[in-house]
Design a protein around this ligand. Structure first.
Ligand SMILES: [Zn+2]
Ligand SMILES: [Zn+2]
Length: 346
């Protein structure tokens, strides 16, 4: 079978590999869709300390069960499934307290385990043990189901930032994650959603799909001034940075309304994690700054439900569908910001 393997930074190869078989506690799936994101582009460029090459990449996975290993119950060949990307251990103190997104023993598909850029793959027993294999609801296609993983992360971010009824929300970054944030915020009852990006082309493409109440071009306007103008001087109730930008994080703090919540949804580059902030804004305005680290198995299930119910449509966000041998083109399109969502169909 064909797989796309990471060998070293700048070296991803589409090559032949033996087909895996389902061992005890595992299921084998025929991968139908594995979508790409900025994380893949980052791995391609820099590698990752949790990846020991060669490793099949791909973590936004949907497919069909073709083989069920010993001791697996409740699943059979032909079942349509979505696979979580981040695998909590289920046993540590954080997991026991229900905080699976911050499990210190977290492992990941495409990092510790072979990923979904392959015709076939096995779902590790550890995934099944934490209820991380999800049935795809009727009416939801494999491509849409593969977007449940990033939507699950977005859902975790908005739960932590308490996005709700009547909120004015600013999303900084108009990539696939930014678009999902706009749609989810609307489904949670946000009053107005404003979308910001430095890349005018990508912002226009995103705005045409998700119709924010205003698009703000960070390349030619003062974003903080603009948000204050749009909100009658109050600022935004929630600001979410869906971009690896320290400047965006600093602006987010400046444009937050009193008792506003700020989500540092996107992480910063490892070599530039320091920002400067006016701590008195946080103090006097009673701001809350929260992070976001992936998603739990439950978030994945809920994301599939949101897609199935039409609360957060995703099919129109999938702008590119590519065969496995064009996975590098897909990663290139993602890193140049030319697409919203790129999905690979092995
Ligand atoms: Zn991803
Ligand atoms: Zn744990």
């Amino acid at each position: 079978m064909k797989v796309a393997r990471f060998h070293a930074p700048g070296d991803i190869r589409v090559e032949d590999a033996p087909e895996p078989t389902a061992r005890t506690g595992e299921v084998k799936i025929r991968v139908r869709n594995c979508s790409t994101c900025g994380t893949d582009a980052k791995i391609y460029k820099f590698g990752h300390h949790h990846i020991r090459p060669p490793r099949v990449m791909g973590h936004e996975i949907a497919g069909e069960i073709v083989e069920v290993g010993d001791e697996v119950t409740g699943w059979q060949a032909g079942d349509r499934v979505q696979v979580i990307a981040a695998i909590p251990c289920g046993r540590c103190e954080e997991c026991r307290r229900g905080r699976m997104t911050v499990c210190p023993n977290q492992e990941s598909m495409g990092y510790h385990f072979e990923g979904g850029f392959a015709e076939f793959m096995t779902v590790p027993a550890k995934v099944l043990a934490v209820d991380g294999l999800n049935r795809i609801p009727d009416g939801v296609g494999f491509a849409e189901a593969s977007v449940a993983e990033p939507l699950a992360c977005v859902l975790n971010g908005q739960e932590l930032a308490r996005v709700g009824e009547g909120d004015d929300v600013v999303i900084m970054g108009s990539g696939p994650i930014g678009c999902l944030h706009v749609r989810l915020a609307r489904s949670r009852g946000a009053a107005r959603v404003f979308l910001v990006d430095l890349n005018a082309g990508r912002l226009a493409m995103a705005a045409g799909l998700v119709h924010p109440d205003a698009s703000i071009r960070g390349d030619e306007t003062d974003v903080v001034d603009e948000v204050l103008k749009l909100t009658e001087g109050r600022g935004a109730d929630v600001v979410i940075t869906a971009a690896a930008s320290g400047a965006a994080q600093e602006q987010a703090i400046q444009m937050a309304a009193r008792q506003g919540r700020i989500s540092f949804f996107g992480g910063l580059p490892k070599d530039a994690p320091i920002i400067s902030a006016d701590a008195n804004l946080v103090h006097y305005r009673e701001l809350t700054i929260v992070g976001a680290n992936g998603s739990s198995p439950q978030h994945n299930k809920q994301a599939l439900r949101l897609i199935a119910e039409g609360a957060v449509p995703v099919s129109d966000l999938i702008t590119h569908r590519l065969p496995l041998d064009q996975v590098l083109d897909g990663i290139g399109i993602v890193s140049r910001g030319e697409a919203i969502k790129v999905t690979v169909e092995p």
